[in-house]
Design a protein around this ligand. Sequence first.
Ligand code: 0X9
Ligand code: ZN
Length: 427
Amino acid sequence: MHLIWLFASLVVLASAGTSQDSEQKRYDNHRVYELNISNNVQLKIINKLTELSQKYDIWKEYNAHTKQMHVMVNPSEEKRFQLFLRLFNINNELLIPNLQSLIDNESVANARYSTTFGWSRYNSLAEIYTWLDGILAAYPEVTEGSIIGQSYEGRDIRAIKISYKEGNPGVVIESNIHGCEWITSATVTYFINQLLTSEDEQVRALAENHDWYIVPVLNVDGFVYSHEKDRLWRKNRQPSNTSSCVGADPNRNYDSHWMEQGGSSDPCASNYAGAYAFSEPEIKAMSDYIISIKDKLNIFLGFHSYSQLVLSPYGHTDLEFPDNYDDMMQVAKAYADAVEAMPYGSVYQIGSSATVLYFTSGGAKEWAYNEMDIELSYTIEFRDTGRYGFMLPPAFILPNCEEAMTGLLAMMAESDKLGYLKPKYVL
Ligand code: 0X9
Ligand code: ZN
């Protein structure tokens, strides 16, 4: 009798699990390919294919320097896609054979660990915010919490300032502007924790000799949506007036070269730039926040994933470079070298966005550099290079955090050496 009851409740539980799962978008047998494009015809074909059909999603756009792109293919298109690859002789490598199995593995790994906050699993927005409350309560002398604005769905966008003394140079960190890039908020919370608790001499100096302005999750709605409905959700959740597609790419919505290159006017595109610059409440909030602390900022950092890159401006052109590009590269190289020297041996590429990645306009770091006079402005794309992509397994959270910590230490030391860390304001 007991056994029958146990069996029946297991069935009920299992079906409850299934119905809950079914609310989440599934990616069974969706594949991700790396394509190595060798001529214009190939590029045109792939671009047309992905433009015309919603069954493709470009994870990494084509770049004329690396000649690579990453494309996700719906199984219903797999045959046609293979045909095109063969017909046009497109060199390719299968990076992810079944996206859903990575998503499943990630949630199993997430569930395996304790329910307390930590860096062995990915935390939800509610968990991050509760943890932040604890941090603010535990370190009231050196931290200051603030709400920089509300998202489209009405969630608070929060910031934490860490400052041990007056007169420090300032660093602002924007994290999780893209919903699905979970490793960014995991890394930034680790970083906050280190700044406040580490006893390492170098980390102490890093914490105490700089002022830190950190927004752990900027795209709060997209992040929650990625946790609850669609693991790969990138954009925010503001509906469009002209289409039933939801969300804009927040990193195309800043008021710098808006919509010039590498942003889309199609609300259904994953890089939709929004109706106008700063049309997205999250980006309006972030820009207002940066404007309010502008005179205190020496460095802007935007945390992203994936690709292992340290990128400088510009995104809209690969023909022009910032005046201090050489300095910016020297600082980026310090990050990359320090990370590569660690036992993990992860390799980071450096360069301007348009040369190393692809064209983008309306991006955060260009706006920070061009409009806010922040002379060192970077996008850091964390692990990995495509094996797991946005679904970096929880086992790699800590290694990524350690790399970021080491990279940032080196980056800050180099910035100082080059004279970029003089306080910008007079006390
Ligand atoms: O496309 C982006 O916004 C970033 N890559 S991601 O895969 N994380 O989406 C790169 C942004 C480069 N930054 C700027 N040019 N501002
Ligand atoms: Zn991103």
